[in-house]
Ligand binder design. Structure first.
Ligand code: FE2
Length: 427
């Protein structure tokens, strides 16, 4: 038995010892009462379940500028640039880029990742490469793959067959992109096709849905209704849904009920969508985000994702979900203290619900011993100061360490001292 000592836990007063029994959590006890060999001293830092990435595109990652930059910055030019880059894809290219970013995720304490993979490629090069990556990283990162028809299920020749073939090759979820299909009717049919394939193979569904500033784009109601009818309650996700940022109040109210009843998850990607949306607006320029606060208030599960790390849709990123949470706070105006805690939950527990992790996730006896130690007093503090985890543990194995290093500041009239951005009265 090993011991994680002097840990702070969200929502609980005091310090704790947490017993680690092999790859599982043992008992959680008041500090000083745990038994076992002292292993990690959390030093009063916050012990949290690992961060969960509910939405990224690992096959496109680290390609920003190849073969050219996205000059307009729009989603549509991003798709066109990717379509050009896709012709040069090889297995090695995909494996090396995706693995590099998964290392960044792991270093940042992100141990569960859902990646979409473009399957509108007759060779399915990226899909086969990502299936291989999923196996290779299995001991450290739990990777889910979504078959994502980037260029359409009906608009792309053979799109439905490629999606079905991807399901046969072993993805975890089936995707769609109804707002990109040529007509409204094709959009609806594409969702029906995706749900049929998901049902046939017993898979989850995660569609890029209404990622456009067009208030007429209303496929999320179709997705929710199909989820309810096909028994995919809690296992269907609508990603992006940025058109919702332009819906009128009456329709939004109706939608809240439809989504809550169907148990559909939403994933908002503030970094990418703040950049991609509003590109065709003059001023006032829309934020182009889904209705995060309102949907949370209506009982809908909403998570935050990164979406893109250095690719044609977003040129920056270090695979940090604390950064995503911080931008999410600003983008969705989640500025109350409980709302900032909620933003943290949107990259941990709420994202875990999107992935359907159930009792495979969380700091509790009997569950897999995967966690991060954050040198922070609270979730609020971790979001504000963007603290890197000092320790990342995956199923009982320490995989990453980052010493907390303050900045030495020499200030006029004072002795040099360490600055860590903690307010003096909070010490
Ligand atoms: Fe996406």
């Amino acid at each position: 038995m090993k011991l994680l000592c002097n840990a702070r836990l969200h929502g609980r007063e005091g310090a704790f010892d947490i017993e680690i029994d092999g790859d599982r959590f043992g008992r959680v006890l008041p500090a000083g009462q745990g038994s076992g060999e002292e292993w990690i001293d959390a030093a009063g830092g916050l012990v949290s379940p690992p961060f969960v990435e509910p939405h990224v595109h690992l096959d496109t990652t680290l390609t920003a500028g190849e073969p050219r930059w996205n000059a307009s910055g729009s989603l549509w030019e991003g798709i066109a640039v990717w379509s050009e880059r896709k012709r040069a894809l090889t297995r090695d290219d995909v494996v090396s880029r995706a693995t590099e970013v998964l290392r960044w995720y792991a270093a940042n304490g992100v141990l569960h990742v859902r990646s979409h993979v473009d399957v509108t490629d007759p060779g399915l090069v990226a899909l086969d490469a990502m299936l291989e990556v999923r196996d290779r990283v299995r001991d450290v990162v739990d990777l889910q793959l979504v078959a994502f028809p980037q260029e359409g299920i009906r608009s792309f020749d053979g799109g439905a067959d490629l999606l079905a073939e991807a399901a046969r090759r072993g993805v975890d979820a089936v995707g769609a992109i109804p707002h990109f299909e040529d007509t409204r009717e094709d959009g609806v049919r594409s969702l029906e096709t995706a749900f049929e394939i998901a049902a046939e193979h017993g898979l989850m569904l995660d569609a890029h849905c209404d990622e456009i500033d067009d208030e007429q784009s209303r496929f999320v109601e179709v997705l929710a209704t199909l989820a309810r009818r096909t028994g995919l309650r809690g296992r269907a996700t609508a990603s992006h849904t940025t058109a919702m940022g332009s819906y009128n109040g009456a329709y939004s109210y109706k939608l809240q009920r439809i989504l809550a009843r169907a148990g559909v998850n939403l994933v908002s990607n503030p970094l990418a969508n703040l950049c991609l949306q509003g590109r065709f607006d003059g001023y006032p320029k829309r934020r182009g985000l889904t209705q995060v606060k309102e949907m949370l208030g209506a009982g809908v599960n909403v998570a935050f994702g990164h979406d893109d790390v250095m690719d044609p849709w977003f040129p920056l990123g270090t695979a940090s979900l604390l950064q995503v949470a911080l931008v999410g706070v600003a983008a969705a105006q989640l500025t109350g203290p409980a709302e900032i805690d909620e933003a943290f939950a949107m990259v941990t527990e709420r994202a875990a619900r999107v992935l359907g992790l159930g009792d495979r996730y969380g700091v509790a006896e009997g569950r897999p011993a995967s966690f991060v130690v954050l040198p922070a007093a609270s979730r609020f503090d971790a979001v504000r100061r963007q603290t890197r985890p000092t320790h990342v543990v995956s199923r009982g194995r320490l995989i990453a360490e980052t010493p907390a290093t303050p900045t030495r500041l020499t200030w006029p009239g004072e002795e040099p001292r360490d600055i860590d951005f903690v307010r003096d009265r909070d010490r």
